[in-house]
Write a protein that binds this ligand. Sequence first.
Ligand code: AMP
Ligand code: ZN
Length: 105
Amino acid sequence: MDCIFCKIITGELATEFLAENDHAVAFRDIAPNAPVHILVVPKQHSKNIAELTDVASQTGLFDLIRQVAREQTDGQFRLQFNTGEREGQSVFHTHAHVLSAKAAS
Ligand code: AMP
Ligand code: ZN
């Protein structure tokens, strides 16, 4: 499978992780839409949030989203899961966008 986020997770595509736990990683979006724009990505491949059925991955993903929001934003942020091509999804490996106008001080 030719999945860019799987390559980032395995290290084949070198990317700096801002945070990581057993089930998910977080890194900056390459084309940010906000002053803080971080992707939080489950390590196990699934196509989108509607197909992320593994409970350990769900818990790990949301734990890391909370950590990133706490560490990288001022506490106010938006969380977005684009699901399906028509709704703006371009990478078909589940990921959350954490977006905020203000970084943590
Ligand atoms: P989506 O459009 O919801 O599928 O989001 C995919 C996001 O991945 C886009 O915002 C891209 O800018 C971002 N992206 C694509 N390739 C990379 C990469 N190598 N490193 C970081 N972000 C990426
Ligand atoms: Zn993948």
